[in-house]
Design a protein. Structure first.
Lengths: 375, 375
């Protein structure tokens, strides 16, 4: 594999070359600087990686000129439009020349295998559904990621792609989460829990109870462990934790915040006096491993699953190391042909529409939700 | 103050005596044993405390006979019915002789100032609304508690009393949470945040956006800091964090679980070898203080607020120490005449119904929700 031509830009000849990743240079709080710094780190870890970098070329080129590693790896493509965190989904859809859209179009056209963007999640979801489209049988893509637990990493979804969900969406998330856990955790038969306010069957609202009823009667029944609670996430009670995007987003950030609080307090404890500082030095190797294992950057890179292509979402506030980790996640997906496997998983289980009807009652499905077969 | 007569039970003469607390002996995973052990611990901390202990006397008396401290403090009242975690709210309402109901009736009749129960939260909420009733101007009570943050304790609500909430409920929770924070955190002007999936005004669903609009136009506008995210809870970004009961319950338990995970890992780090064990000994005073500060038992005792009486909910899985802490919380409420203060707070702000209309559109209020004035 040869390094990309630094001056290539928009040449048609180059567009026919396949890239592993199409990267949205303009998404995220520190874009495009942090994106390019992150790519420079990724270049060391993934020799030979070819990236299509989409954004405002007038801004990108001078930055790339200062970063030889990123420069050698990237081919730029000009996109004048930028979707900010304030851009609503509808406005993002109207913008035809945004860096996020052109990045997704590269995947939809088969130029690249995977999208990486740290941009606005709402816009990313809306665009991905329109441009890349969902796998037949899946109504809504979900944002999935791994999170630390006492029994190893667990898969959580949805983390914010869908703030309002019905029971049907939750069932779809369970199906997709199971396939995702097979790939990213390497488990042949991952267990699944549905997040609720209690573990008893009567707890929660109709939404979660109906989704649980459907799952108990589905081919996933053997892996479904019923309701789990907030503390079960870090306990690792199940390999997959399914919830709506509002709750999942809050839970993920609350857990991260609590670990950060523990870290801050620990720092204060060890810095209290000379004796405790010496204590720190003595326990340091283990403490360093613990910090590394819990580092939120290690968990950066949520994946929008259920689409005809892989879309990796880096946290908007991630630093270069965090963005590089999102690239790692993307490369893991590409290398393990994740999307092919999830598609097979969904196909084996059959479309959600074939599941027992109670949870899919008309009253429960909002009129604006398209049927599964319309993708 | 004299010790209660061990054999008093249901005598009318004794019923006219005021108790600080009416305690549901039969609620919680380890009831009634853990309740009585918890009261024995509370007896040491609150000399002279008089408790009306409600439950199955045939079960309670032998247990009390083995616990002189609890025995001296408690007067028992027989209640044959027990509400379990599996009892639905409607069934709990039909049961006229449950320990939970008779405990609440003691407060409603003015025999006791405060209820303490570790029982089923759904039943507790349903019974409290019927038996103790909400403060005029408040539609739904909320479960509030304090949680640790980097900037001191913060108030969180709702923690599970209402799994489905509309924007009007969220506004009420903000009003009540502000008054609660004044009392329990001793702050003259607590700041308020509304939990969401992002801090930008366009983030989230209609529910949180409408509630935010109402709060920005309310007398609390000066204290309202807009949307906060999961990580803001432990960062202590605001003194009060408002959310629906589903999200709040999950967030609280996720945060607790994450801190527990950090504690478990820390134990492993220090136990790894002789050097790290020595490191632990050197940092121990600070580590002990940290563990004590983050101990979930210190935060046990959520308060159901918005009622004409104080109801303290101990965690169903709390041990005796945790239950004793719930008694501490109750005594704090009683001593500081909390309910009088929250009532004044609500009165000063005016009923929620007087707030600008947009968030209270008819379509948004479910038909089963009674108007504020019917309490």
């Amino acid at each position: 594999m040869t390094a990309a031509d630094p001056e290539a830009g928009n040449q048609a000849g180059r567009d026919s070359v396949a890239y592993a990743l199409a990267v949205d240079a303009m998404g995220g709080d520190g874009a495009p600087g942090i994106v390019i710094d992150g790519l420079a780190l990724a270049a060391e870890r993934h020799p030979g990686l070819r990236v299509l970098l989409v954004g405002d070329q007038a801004v990108l080129e001078p930055l790339l000129a200062r970063s030889p590693a990123a420069r050698a790896m990237c081919t730029t493509r000009h996109a004048p439009g930028v979707i900010s965190n304030e851009t609503k989904g509808t406005a993002a859809l109207r913008m035809r020349d945004s860096s996020m859209r052109l990045t997704m179009e590269a995947v939809a056209r088969g130029e690249a295998d995977c999208v990486v963007s740290a941009g606005n999640s709402g816009a990313m979801l809306a665009l991905a559904k329109i441009v890349i489209k969902t796998i037949p049988g899946i109504d809504r893509p979900a944002l999935a990621a791994i999170s630390p637990s006492a029994r190893g990493d667990v898969v959580m979804l949805d983390l914010g792609a869908n703030v309002a969900c019905n029971s049907r969406n939750l069932v779809e998330f369970a199906i997709m989460g199971e396939a995702f856990a097979q790939v990213v955790l390497g488990l042949p038969s991952p267990t699944i829990g549905l997040l609720n306010v209690g573990s008893e069957q009567i707890k929660g609202d109709d939404r979660v109870r109906q989704a649980a009823d459907v799952l108990r009667a589905s081919p996933l029944a053997g892996q479904f462990r019923g309701f789990v609670e907030g503390h079960d996430i870090t306990a690792g009670t199940t390999d997959v934790v399914v919830t709506d995007g509002f709750t999942g987003n809050v839970a993920l950030k609350t857990g991260e915040g609590a670990l950060k609080l523990a870290g801050t307090m620990l720092k204060q404890v060890f810095n209290a006096n000379a004796i405790s500082r010496l204590g720190y030095v003595m326990a340091r190797p283990g403490l360093d491993r613990m910090r590394e294992w819990l580092d939120p950057r290690r968990y950066n890179g949520a994946v929008l699953i259920g689409l005809n292509g892989v879309v990796v979402k880096s946290h908007g506030g991630a630093d270069a190391e965090g963005f590089a980790h999102a690239v790692d996640v993307a490369m893991n997906m590409v290398t393990h042909r994740f999307n092919e496997r999830i598609r097979q998983g969904v196909a084996q289980l059959g479309p959600v529409a074939a599941y027992p009807a109670p949870a899919l009652a008309a009253a429960e499905i909002k009129p604006d939700i398209r049927l599964a077969t319309t993708g």
